[in-house]
Design a protein around this ligand. Sequence first.
Ligand code: ACM
Length: 714
Amino acid sequence: MKAHKLISALLLLLPCFPHAAAQAPAPAAARHNLMPVPASVRFNPGRLRVDKTFTVAATGAVDERLRAGVDRAVRRLEGRTVLEVARGLAADPARATLLVEAGAPGKAVPAVDEDESYTLEVGERQAALRAPTVVGALRGLETFLQLLEGDREGFYLPAVSINDRPRFRWRGLMMDIARHFLPMEVVKRNLDAMAAVKLNVFHWHLTEDQGFRIESKKFPRLHQMGSDGNFYTQEQAREVIEYARQRGIRVVPEFDLPGHATAWLVGHPELGSAPGPYTIERKPGIFEPTLDPTREEVYKFLEVFFTEMAALFPDAYMHIGGDENTGKQWDANPKIQEFMKAKGIKDNHALQTYFNQRMLKILQKNGKRMMGWDEIFQPDLPKDVVIHSWRGQKALAEAARRGYDGVLSNGYYIDLIFPTTDHYLNDPLPEGHGLTEAEARHVLGGEATMWAEWVTPETVDSRIWPRTAAIAERLWSPREVRDADDMYRRLAVTSVRLEELGLTHERNQAMMLRRLAGGAYPPALETLASFVEPVKEYRRYQQRPQTMLSPLTGLVDAARPDSAAARGFTRRVGLLLSDAPRFALHFSTLRDTLTAWRDAGPVLEALVDRSPALAEARPLARDLGSAGEIGLEALSYIQQGVAPTAEWRDTRLAALAEVAKPKAALEFPFLPALRELVHAAYERPQLEGTTPAEWRRRVRELANPPKPQPPANH
Ligand code: ACM
């Protein structure tokens, strides 16, 4: 069948297109850019104009924190609008553009039960933000800024009634600043970004095998010998805590024990379960150095240390880590074995529980609640211990059933480079969770975890943002808010807005590519960088072994997770195969993309010849070129309605299987869609007379054969 005949045949099928309804434009006002989506939002007719007469007035608990928050918001508004507006609070609440009313200042130290609710009523003459606490008002100010839009007449906010409060009380970002140290400005700008998406817990992972990053005045050898000089002074820690408090963010410090402890032992080998000496670990992984839980001197030391830290960190919670203790040093130490025998401690898990019980006493003495990773969970711990679940959701539900509070991080491991949707759809309390209401209240929320094996100050923002904004939405917004397409649409807007806070996730890629290229680079390099993703999970180290001392300035570092370009390509292939009325549009868009890939190949190879830092990109350049060629062939067959041979299909699929092998720890996430194109080219003429939906289904099945199910666990 000729193309025009096929297309007109498909046109007849238009009414049964499932996509047609889904693509009907939503009412303009409902397509807002709010992230996280408020608990309740109703748009009304009308607009509140924002121009240089913009003023803010405040009533109620107008404290220094609220004043500073309003000032930051107004400065951002100025930056975005290029309008110079008045400084300070206006005198007349009735005439201000924005009226902020806070009922109370909020807790002196931000707490897990802080009231963060607010209402925001935007009318044509004024916006009124009302909150029981200053923290709620700060959350509402972020929503106010997110509502700002523009039209021919200038800037405005749509009239709207918002009634908002978080679904979960604990919405965190953990930053491991130990494996790679992140200086103050990186921490601060990420606190700003957290506040922008209403996150409220900064979990500061301060100690690791690879670094001890907080000054101890009691035991200065800890930071002096365990950090290469890269640590936060106590003065700096207080500065971070205050910076976070200003934004309604708690700071929960983690001191990981008894494992992950090499850096503690560099200056204090006497605490170890083996004699040492110890040196700062430079590799990623799980290591043996472990505190000796059997000696009283160790607890004496820890009591002094944690008393010092408890005074420094005002939050009610303290995280003791507790993860991934190999127990090997314990097994090899005869004195520890004797101790266990004498006390009737049956295994290493029980020995760690003994350690935890001792730690618990130290923390309780200092008025702190103990938090730790899954491994600390043990039914005879008191009920005020908090379980931080990283190995699976089941542990969280199990802890909740037994009456323990828990925080979910399993599914929020942003260091593993998974797409945003994976995290977005990961719900701490999914529908049908099976917990009673009282049990469910023990699920406090979740935390994104930024483990820092492969990040530097230059790249860390790009691993955290914008994906963490989607996690923030999961933790704040109602469970029913889970439309991934709409999330991605709003995420793109949010990502750019985060830049006004100094975040570098968008802009650093171009800078890193320039450095790799040794100067200005051709668009082909941007094409490559925008269509690759770093390999997932822990494969990066296997494919490209590096240490904590290695430069993280390669193409894999410049590449970003969840390639928007690849997502766009995949979506477009789906439309080509299902949206017959606009076949020509989808066809030409895909042809342009595939042509850019094909043409990028040789240009990149020439670039690599003069830019040796890009040497590892050579095979990727070839792969991108051949992916483009294969795609163009497939597209041409599809357009002409002419069947290629089975041999064509098989050789192209074999070539794509080669392209699918990661190189330089990078992979092309568009390959499933490209395989669909190849199958579609071959199948299309043979499925003549079937509906586009049937055609698409068949192609999808061929391109993505079902994975064999693992055997059930009994
Ligand atoms: C962890 O990822 N080891 C908590």
